[in-house]
Design a protein around this ligand. Structure first.
Ligand code: BDR
Ligand code: CA
Length: 319
């Protein structure tokens, strides 16, 4: 069965790769791409989403792209041009998009899509700060019951040895950017699978110079596009983490990851720990006190080789 998804994101190099993977996967039907400020300001993120969609002219149906909120709920915006380039797409200078943005605000489009779908039918995949989804939940709490599942790239939960912060020692970028939004989403009752740094930083799931070499030699349009977006990042960092494509891959093939349920809290006040995601790993040691909210599903392991194969086949070698 084809899974209908909304991609909510802040493109972003790896967000761009996630769009390509989703649009090249017959298991998924991308209903809309909604954008949010994160890696870059939402104006640029929206332009980037359109650029990527337009770089795939053979698509039968182009998803609508709707612009979302421009800043976190109660924080100043922190962007990540140092990682993603000034244009957010590795300074790739892709042509300016022709397709217009949706006339609807991302939050409204999200609500509309969710409420007009049958209960449990729609999956939301988030690969950026959770500001749009938090606004949507505040505006229309009924969406929590209607969404089938939320697969979110975000957090560092300490459930593997790779699960520590990236933007700070304690926090992962998407959660750090808008911790209040993350808290609203995590406590909303949505069925959540979190794809954290615990799995996206697993060395077996990274694009290393060896994989990059395969990209360099592939003669496909996909390879050419991805080289253009990732070249400067590879030159600066020497590897590429596929954080956001992994969230899409989990929607395509849930068997790529192992999972376990945990109660999770988000740090919104700490001096050094803003945006830290604290999974209660105490197991039987945990006092049997009343907990607020539901446990969420965390990815605790990934079949890195299988994931990279899926990514390479669909994004690099297919066209
Ligand atoms: C996340 O932060 C962003 O920079 C990436 O696009 C990804 O969504 C990884 O921490
Ligand atoms: Ca992202």
């Amino acid at each position: 069965m084809v899974q209908r998804i909304i991609l909510d994101m802040d493109p972003g190099i790896d967000d761009a790769l996630a769009i390509i993977l989703a649009l090249r996967s017959p298991e998924l039907q991308v209903e809309a791409i909604t954008t949010v400020s994160g890696n870059v300001h939402v104006d640029q993120a929206s332009k980037n989403a359109l650029k990527i969609v337009e770089s795939m002219p053979d698509l039968k149906k182009k998803p609508e792209v709707a612009k979302g909120v421009s800043k976190p709920l109660s924080r100043e915006l922190t962007t990540a041009e140092a990682v993603h380039g000034k244009d957010g797409l590795g300074d790739s200078n892709l042509p300016e998009p022709k397709q217009p943005l949706s006339k609807k605000h991302a939050v409204d489009l999200m609500i509309e899509k969710v409420l007009s779908s049958k209960e449990g039918e729609l999956t939301i995949v988030t690969t950026g700060p959770l500001s749009n989804l938090a606004f949507a939940l505040l505006k229309e709490p009924r969406i929590a019951e209607n969404v089938g599942q939320l697969i979110m790239m975000g957090g560092a939960f300490g459930v593997t040895k790779y699960g520590f912060g990236n933007v700070t020692p304690a926090a992962e970028f998407n959660i750090y950017s808008d911790p209040e939004a993350a808290m609203i989403v995590l406590k909303s009752g949505l069925h959540i699978t979190a794809v954290g740094l615990d799995v996206t930083m697993d060395p077996s799931a990274l694009i290393t110079p060896r994989e990059y070499e395969k990209m360099r030699s592939a003669k496909t349009k996909g390879a050419e596009l991805v080289r253009r977006i990732t070249r400067s990042h590879m030159a600066s960092f020497g590897f590429l983490a596929l954080h956001d494509p992994m969230a899409v891959a989990v929607a395509i093939d849930p068997s790529l990851v192992t999972r376990k349920k945990y109660f999770v809290e988000v740090e919104t006040r700490g001096e050094y720990t803003r945006g830290q995601t604290i999974a209660d790993r105490r197991g039987n040691l945990r006092p049997k006190t009343v907990r607020v909210g539901n446990p969420i599903t965390l990815c605790t392991g990934v079949l890195g080789e299988k994931f990279i194969k899926l990514f390479m086949n669909r994004v690099i070698l297919q066209t």
